[in-house]
Design a protein around this ligand. Structure first.
Ligand code: HEM
Ligand SMILES: *[C@@H]1O[C@H](CO)[C@@H](O)[C@H](O)[C@H]1NC(C)=O
Length: 230
């Protein structure tokens, strides 16, 4: 009986240990790979002017991949405001999260194929930008030609992306949807004039987005190649 009770305790302890190791933590790699976090932090700091936030570590890669799920769960650039709001809500993210996270488009570029229909079919596009954008994104061909999504300061993490929306300078249809007479206009106006509010909301939303659908421990794997399962 004594032996049986010890094994039950051992099993309980093992189970607790398994659960504990299968949780995200900011210190997940501190003993197994002590230089990881510092190395990542200095590379990210050198590359991005975005606000700092604590990233919980230890997430695994998926053991499956699905083109159809990626296409159904990731909002396309032709999305309406209503679909952007509902798509983020399905992942437990608020409308404020969605608007703040869209502010990531203060850096980076989009391919012509992703904004062509806006250039040639929409009237709420700033006419001082339209000619230059069309010159680099013809009605046919040039699908991969790039334009920055923040036309004012494309390489700086700031509020200029939101100020651009106030002047109809959104390159993606989905971005301009955030300021086109709907429920998110007021928040865009706020972020356009209050960079600290944007940075603060962005950091909080990145943490929440980072907890969507997390796999830990044996639920996932560490892929040898990021783009395919082992
Ligand atoms: C709100 C829904 C979103 C839509 C519809 C959307 C759509 C797009 C599209 C179409 C591009 C251009 C890709 C290309 O042409 O190759 C893009 C680029 C980008 N997106 Fe988003 N996005 C969304 C949300 C986000 C979020 C939440 C983040 C991160 C917080 C993000 C970060 C970026 C970045 C950094 C780029 C530039 C990539 C580069 O220059 O290589 N986007 N997005
Ligand atoms: C178009 O953008 C310019 C800045 O490039 C701005 O001065 C102008 O007001 C914008 N036009 C509209 C209709 O918002």
């Amino acid at each position: 009986m004594a032996a049986a009770s010890v094994s039950v305790q051992a099993i309980v302890l093992l189970a607790v240990a398994a659960v504990a190791s299968a949780q995200l933590s900011a210190t997940f790699y501190d003993s197994s790979c002590p230089r990881a976090l510092g190395t990542i932090r200095s590379a990210v700091t050198a590359a991005l002017g975005g606000p700092p936030y604590t990233v919980l570590l230890g997430r695994r890669d998926s053991t499956t991949a699905s083109l159809s799920q990626a296409n159904s769960d990731l909002p396309p650039p032709g999305s309406s405001l209503a679909s952007l709001i509902s798509g983020f809500a399905r992942k437990g993210l608020t409308t404020t999260d969605m608007v703040a996270l869209s502010g990531a488009h203060t850096v980076g570029q989009a391919q012509c194929a992703n904004f062509r229909s806006r250039l040639y079919g929409e009237s709420n596009l700033n006419q001082s930008d339209a000619a230059a954008l069309r010159a680099n994104c013809p009605q046919s061909g040039g699908n991969g030609n790039l334009a920055p999504m923040d036309l004012e300061t494309p390489n700086t993490f700031d509020g200029a992306f939101f100020r651009g929306l106030l002047s109809q300078r959104g390159v993606l249809h989905s971005d301009q949807q955030l300021f086109s007479g709907g429920s998110t206009d007021a928040l865009v106006q706020s972020y356009a004039s209050n960079a600290a509010q944007f940075r603060n909301d962005f950091a909080a939303a990145m943490v929440r987005m980072g907890s969507v659908g997390v796999l830990t421990g044996s639920q996932g794997q560490i892929r040898l190649s990021c783009s395919s399962v082992n």
